[in-house]
Ligand binder design. Structure first.
Ligand code: HEC
Ligand code: HEC
Length: 168
Protein backbone atom coordinates (compact mmCIF):
# COMPACT_ATOMS: atom_id res chain seq x y z
CA UNK A 1 0.00 0.00 0.00
CA UNK A 2 2.73 2.38 1.02
CA UNK A 3 4.65 1.66 -2.15
CA UNK A 4 1.60 2.23 -4.32
CA UNK A 5 0.95 5.50 -2.57
CA UNK A 6 4.51 6.69 -3.22
CA UNK A 7 4.22 5.68 -6.86
CA UNK A 8 0.98 7.62 -7.08
CA UNK A 9 2.65 10.67 -5.55
CA UNK A 10 5.49 10.34 -8.03
CA UNK A 11 2.95 10.19 -10.86
CA UNK A 12 1.58 13.49 -9.63
CA UNK A 13 5.01 15.08 -9.47
CA UNK A 14 5.80 13.94 -12.98
CA UNK A 15 2.36 15.05 -14.14
CA UNK A 16 1.95 11.74 -15.92
CA UNK A 17 -0.89 9.22 -15.71
CA UNK A 18 -2.91 10.95 -13.00
CA UNK A 19 -6.28 12.54 -13.36
CA UNK A 20 -6.69 13.92 -9.84
CA UNK A 21 -3.61 14.71 -7.79
CA UNK A 22 -5.25 16.27 -4.76
CA UNK A 23 -4.67 13.20 -2.62
CA UNK A 24 -6.59 10.93 -4.94
CA UNK A 25 -5.27 8.13 -7.09
CA UNK A 26 -7.29 7.78 -10.27
CA UNK A 27 -5.51 6.21 -13.21
CA UNK A 28 -6.46 5.97 -16.86
CA UNK A 29 -7.66 2.54 -17.99
CA UNK A 30 -9.36 1.26 -21.14
CA UNK A 31 -13.07 1.96 -21.53
CA UNK A 32 -13.51 -1.81 -21.71
CA UNK A 33 -12.32 -2.03 -18.10
CA UNK A 34 -14.22 1.06 -16.90
CA UNK A 35 -16.77 2.92 -19.03
CA UNK A 36 -15.42 6.17 -17.56
CA UNK A 37 -11.82 5.28 -18.54
CA UNK A 38 -10.69 6.00 -14.97
CA UNK A 39 -10.03 3.72 -12.04
CA UNK A 40 -9.16 4.15 -8.34
CA UNK A 41 -5.83 2.45 -7.60
CA UNK A 42 -5.10 3.90 -4.17
CA UNK A 43 -6.37 1.00 -2.08
CA UNK A 44 -7.62 2.09 1.36
CA UNK A 45 -5.65 5.37 1.40
CA UNK A 46 -8.12 7.94 2.70
CA UNK A 47 -9.35 10.25 -0.07
CA UNK A 48 -12.62 11.74 -1.29
CA UNK A 49 -11.98 9.83 -4.54
CA UNK A 50 -11.42 6.44 -2.91
CA UNK A 51 -13.17 3.15 -3.82
CA UNK A 52 -15.88 4.47 -6.19
CA UNK A 53 -18.80 2.05 -6.16
CA UNK A 54 -17.77 0.72 -2.76
CA UNK A 55 -19.91 0.65 0.36
CA UNK A 56 -18.33 3.74 1.92
CA UNK A 57 -20.40 3.79 5.10
CA UNK A 58 -20.03 0.08 5.84
CA UNK A 59 -16.23 0.26 5.69
CA UNK A 60 -15.96 3.62 7.45
CA UNK A 61 -18.13 2.38 10.34
CA UNK A 62 -15.46 -0.23 11.08
CA UNK A 63 -12.52 2.17 10.88
CA UNK A 64 -12.12 4.64 13.70
CA UNK A 65 -9.89 6.86 11.54
CA UNK A 66 -12.46 7.26 8.73
CA UNK A 67 -15.00 10.12 8.69
CA UNK A 68 -18.70 9.49 9.50
CA UNK A 69 -21.16 10.01 6.64
CA UNK A 70 -24.97 10.13 6.71
CA UNK A 71 -25.18 9.23 3.01
CA UNK A 72 -22.39 8.34 0.61
CA UNK A 73 -22.01 6.67 -2.75
CA UNK A 74 -21.03 7.01 -6.39
CA UNK A 75 -22.81 8.04 -9.60
CA UNK A 76 -21.56 5.93 -12.49
CA UNK A 77 -21.90 6.38 -16.24
CA UNK A 78 -22.93 2.75 -16.77
CA UNK A 79 -25.32 0.48 -14.89
CA UNK A 80 -22.91 -2.37 -14.14
CA UNK A 81 -19.49 -0.76 -13.61
CA UNK A 82 -16.97 -2.81 -11.62
CA UNK A 83 -15.83 -1.78 -8.15
CA UNK A 84 -13.22 1.02 -8.15
CA UNK A 85 -14.22 2.26 -11.62
CA UNK A 86 -14.66 6.02 -11.37
CA UNK A 87 -18.01 7.55 -12.23
CA UNK A 88 -19.34 10.86 -13.47
CA UNK A 89 -17.98 14.19 -12.21
CA UNK A 90 -20.29 17.14 -11.67
CA UNK A 91 -23.59 15.30 -11.24
CA UNK A 92 -25.99 16.70 -8.64
CA UNK A 93 -27.37 14.32 -6.03
CA UNK A 94 -30.36 15.72 -4.18
CA UNK A 95 -31.26 13.88 -1.00
CA UNK A 96 -34.62 14.76 0.55
CA UNK A 97 -35.01 13.62 4.14
CA UNK A 98 -38.18 12.67 6.03
CA UNK A 99 -38.68 16.31 7.12
CA UNK A 100 -38.53 17.37 3.44
CA UNK A 101 -35.16 19.01 3.96
CA UNK A 102 -33.09 18.75 0.76
CA UNK A 103 -29.31 18.32 0.66
CA UNK A 104 -27.59 18.86 -2.68
CA UNK A 105 -24.25 17.11 -3.20
CA UNK A 106 -22.00 17.35 -6.27
CA UNK A 107 -20.00 14.35 -7.44
CA UNK A 108 -16.20 14.68 -7.57
CA UNK A 109 -13.68 13.38 -10.12
CA UNK A 110 -14.36 9.80 -8.98
CA UNK A 111 -18.14 10.23 -9.21
CA UNK A 112 -18.25 10.05 -5.39
CA UNK A 113 -20.55 12.10 -3.17
CA UNK A 114 -21.02 12.18 0.59
CA UNK A 115 -22.76 14.08 3.36
CA UNK A 116 -20.69 14.37 6.53
CA UNK A 117 -22.50 13.58 9.78
CA UNK A 118 -21.40 16.93 11.20
CA UNK A 119 -23.09 18.77 8.32
CA UNK A 120 -26.45 17.01 8.78
CA UNK A 121 -26.97 16.52 12.50
CA UNK A 122 -30.77 16.66 12.29
CA UNK A 123 -31.03 14.37 9.24
CA UNK A 124 -34.26 12.33 9.39
CA UNK A 125 -34.59 8.91 7.74
CA UNK A 126 -36.07 7.68 5.48
CA UNK A 127 -35.00 9.76 2.48
CA UNK A 128 -35.57 9.83 -1.28
CA UNK A 129 -32.90 10.67 -3.87
CA UNK A 130 -32.67 12.33 -7.26
CA UNK A 131 -29.64 12.53 -9.54
CA UNK A 132 -29.29 15.06 -12.35
CA UNK A 133 -26.55 15.70 -14.89
CA UNK A 134 -27.26 17.99 -17.81
CA UNK A 135 -30.68 16.98 -19.10
CA UNK A 136 -30.57 13.49 -17.58
CA UNK A 137 -32.52 12.88 -14.39
CA UNK A 138 -32.98 9.68 -12.37
CA UNK A 139 -35.11 9.50 -9.26
CA UNK A 140 -35.42 6.97 -6.47
CA UNK A 141 -38.98 7.26 -5.24
CA UNK A 142 -38.73 4.33 -2.81
CA UNK A 143 -37.75 5.83 0.58
CA UNK A 144 -34.59 4.27 2.06
CA UNK A 145 -33.56 3.96 5.69
CA UNK A 146 -29.81 3.67 5.18
CA UNK A 147 -27.57 6.18 3.47
CA UNK A 148 -25.18 3.43 2.39
CA UNK A 149 -26.06 3.75 -1.32
CA UNK A 150 -23.34 1.25 -2.24
CA UNK A 151 -24.95 -1.50 -0.15
CA UNK A 152 -27.79 -1.79 -2.71
CA UNK A 153 -26.32 -0.16 -5.81
CA UNK A 154 -23.76 -2.92 -6.39
CA UNK A 155 -22.52 -4.18 -9.79
CA UNK A 156 -25.63 -6.27 -10.41
CA UNK A 157 -27.89 -4.63 -7.82
CA UNK A 158 -28.89 -5.82 -4.34
CA UNK A 159 -32.24 -5.53 -2.51
CA UNK A 160 -34.11 -4.74 -5.75
CA UNK A 161 -31.79 -1.98 -6.95
CA UNK A 162 -31.17 -1.99 -10.72
CA UNK A 163 -27.37 -1.94 -10.38
CA UNK A 164 -25.28 1.22 -10.02
CA UNK A 165 -26.68 4.67 -9.50
CA UNK A 166 -26.13 5.64 -13.12
CA UNK A 167 -26.94 8.04 -15.92
CA UNK A 168 -27.07 5.47 -18.70
C1 HEC B 1 -12.56 -0.64 2.42
C2 HEC B 1 -12.70 0.52 3.26
C3 HEC B 1 -13.16 1.83 2.70
C4 HEC B 1 -14.09 2.08 1.73
C5 HEC B 1 -14.91 1.09 0.92
C6 HEC B 1 -14.18 3.51 1.61
N1 HEC B 1 -13.32 4.12 2.49
FE1 HEC B 1 -13.05 6.14 2.71
N2 HEC B 1 -11.67 5.81 4.17
C7 HEC B 1 -11.28 4.57 4.63
C8 HEC B 1 -10.30 4.75 5.69
C9 HEC B 1 -9.63 3.63 6.47
C10 HEC B 1 -10.12 6.15 5.83
C11 HEC B 1 -9.23 6.87 6.86
C12 HEC B 1 -7.80 6.55 6.72
C13 HEC B 1 -7.06 7.53 5.93
O1 HEC B 1 -7.47 8.72 5.87
O2 HEC B 1 -6.05 7.15 5.31
C14 HEC B 1 -10.99 6.79 4.87
C15 HEC B 1 -11.07 8.16 4.67
C16 HEC B 1 -11.94 8.79 3.81
C17 HEC B 1 -12.05 10.22 3.65
C18 HEC B 1 -11.22 11.27 4.39
C19 HEC B 1 -10.01 11.59 3.57
C20 HEC B 1 -9.18 12.68 4.16
O3 HEC B 1 -8.52 13.37 3.38
O4 HEC B 1 -9.17 12.82 5.39
C21 HEC B 1 -13.03 10.45 2.73
C22 HEC B 1 -13.54 11.81 2.25
C23 HEC B 1 -13.52 9.15 2.29
N3 HEC B 1 -12.81 8.18 2.96
C24 HEC B 1 -14.52 8.97 1.36
C25 HEC B 1 -14.98 7.72 0.94
C26 HEC B 1 -16.07 7.53 0.01
C27 HEC B 1 -16.86 8.64 -0.62
C28 HEC B 1 -16.20 6.17 -0.17
C29 HEC B 1 -17.16 5.41 -1.06
C30 HEC B 1 -17.35 5.85 -2.44
C31 HEC B 1 -15.20 5.53 0.67
N4 HEC B 1 -14.50 6.49 1.34
C32 HEC B 1 -15.04 4.16 0.75
C33 HEC B 1 -11.74 3.35 4.19
C34 HEC B 1 -12.69 3.13 3.19
C1 HEC C 1 -31.76 -0.44 0.67
C2 HEC C 1 -31.44 -0.36 -0.74
C3 HEC C 1 -31.12 0.98 -1.38
C4 HEC C 1 -30.32 1.98 -0.89
C5 HEC C 1 -29.61 2.07 0.44
C6 HEC C 1 -30.29 3.00 -1.92
N1 HEC C 1 -31.05 2.63 -2.99
FE1 HEC C 1 -31.34 3.70 -4.70
N2 HEC C 1 -32.58 2.25 -5.40
C7 HEC C 1 -32.96 1.11 -4.70
C8 HEC C 1 -34.03 0.43 -5.42
C9 HEC C 1 -34.74 -0.84 -4.96
C10 HEC C 1 -34.27 1.18 -6.60
C11 HEC C 1 -35.31 0.92 -7.69
C12 HEC C 1 -36.69 1.44 -7.25
C13 HEC C 1 -36.82 2.93 -7.23
O1 HEC C 1 -36.38 3.61 -8.20
O2 HEC C 1 -37.35 3.49 -6.25
C14 HEC C 1 -33.33 2.30 -6.55
C15 HEC C 1 -33.22 3.26 -7.54
C16 HEC C 1 -32.44 4.38 -7.48
C17 HEC C 1 -32.34 5.40 -8.50
C18 HEC C 1 -33.08 5.38 -9.83
C19 HEC C 1 -32.38 4.44 -10.78
C20 HEC C 1 -32.84 4.56 -12.21
O3 HEC C 1 -32.11 4.05 -13.05
O4 HEC C 1 -33.89 5.13 -12.49
C21 HEC C 1 -31.47 6.35 -8.06
C22 HEC C 1 -31.05 7.63 -8.76
C23 HEC C 1 -31.03 5.95 -6.75
N3 HEC C 1 -31.61 4.74 -6.43
C24 HEC C 1 -30.16 6.66 -5.94
C25 HEC C 1 -29.77 6.28 -4.66
C26 HEC C 1 -28.90 7.09 -3.81
C27 HEC C 1 -28.32 8.43 -4.18
C28 HEC C 1 -28.75 6.38 -2.66
C29 HEC C 1 -27.97 6.75 -1.43
C30 HEC C 1 -28.12 8.11 -0.91
C31 HEC C 1 -29.51 5.16 -2.78
N4 HEC C 1 -30.11 5.14 -4.01
C32 HEC C 1 -29.60 4.19 -1.79
C33 HEC C 1 -32.43 0.67 -3.51
C34 HEC C 1 -31.58 1.39 -2.70
Amino acid sequence: MLRRWSLAALGCVLGSFHVGCGGGSLESVSTAECASGKKWTGGDSGSSEMHPGGDCIQCHSQRADAPRFVVAGTVHSAAHEANDCAGVEGAQVVITDAKQKAYTLTTNAAGNFYLRAGDAQDFAFPFTARVTHGSVERAMSTPQSTGACGSCHTVTGTAGAPGRINLE
